[in-house]
Design a binder for this molecule. Sequence first.
Ligand SMILES: Cc1ncc(COP(=O)(O)O)c(C=O)c1O
Length: 345
Amino acid sequence: MSIVDKIIRNNIRDLVPYSSARDEYSGNDAIFLDANENPFFTGVNRYPDPNQAKLKVKIAQLNNISYERVFLGNGSDEAIDLLIRAFCEPGIDNVVSVRPTYGMYKVLANINNVEYRDILLKEDYQIDKEALLKLADLNSTLLFLSSPNNPTSNSFYHEDIVYILENFEGIVVLDEAYIDFSSERSFMDSLDNYPNLVILKTFSKAWGMAGIRLGMAFASREIIAILHKIKYPYNINKLTINFALQKLDEPEEKDKWVKLILEQRNILNLALMKLKLVKEILPSDANFLMVRFVNARDVYNYLIERKIILRDRSKIELCEGCLRVTVGTETENKTLLKTLQEYES
Ligand SMILES: Cc1ncc(COP(=O)(O)O)c(C=O)c1O
């Protein structure tokens, strides 16, 4: 029995999915009188492809993986939600993770009435892997890890993730939203070795497309087929598909942005460290810096009054006194630094 057979909810296993008009006939040159659409051309009068075939083929090629192992969602948040709905029986199963981490794992578990268990990261922001595995029981079906982690900005040790993959008896969801900014290698090449691994990626960060809401999940054919079975029929709209298709033809643009952001991360890091009001900056593997200030709340308010918005993470465990600074353009970063210098003087 595969791991998926073991943990899939019975109602999902037995579900007869909705079959949309575009599922039943997907050809091009025809008179389409099957989907109750408006026949007059607007550019978007037809439903989008429920399989997102063209986009998936391109994404599959870019990621060197087969088309059937790609799921596309309304942001990676949709994939997180569907994974919980597919594999966690409300009121019975639970998911495990670490804290602090990306808040949507807990929120989506809560929305689905699924117990959320987490353990604090260690002082060095790494995972206490034995404690994490101990937190799990027979009803722990999913384990979420974001590496690089939001908000701590570090990557978890590769060998710790391997250990968890080899010892957790459910599905490990590894969120690589920030992997383009990381010095660590992705787990994409390890997907074949771990049938219990799901990797999440997003177009919201390095690709510069947060506004179109497009996220990806990569996993075994079996897991992807389940996500596909339970998603909304037309979960990715036509505007998003077309925009992404166009941008995917210019991957060098993304690479250029990543290079610029990494350069700026370095410059910003060095300049911030010179300020007296900065106590510490956590080592970052992402497109943001967690900066520990002498007086975080005061700095936060001072910056807001000057229309510079940071994320206040100062009340979060292990991030006490920290503000999260997304790396901006050179001009934005210079303005931030200048404003902080003015605060100091
Ligand atoms: C770790 C992590 N995963 C996922 C997301 C959200 O991705 P998406 O925009 O694709 O829903 C974020 C957003 O901040 C994030 O920090």
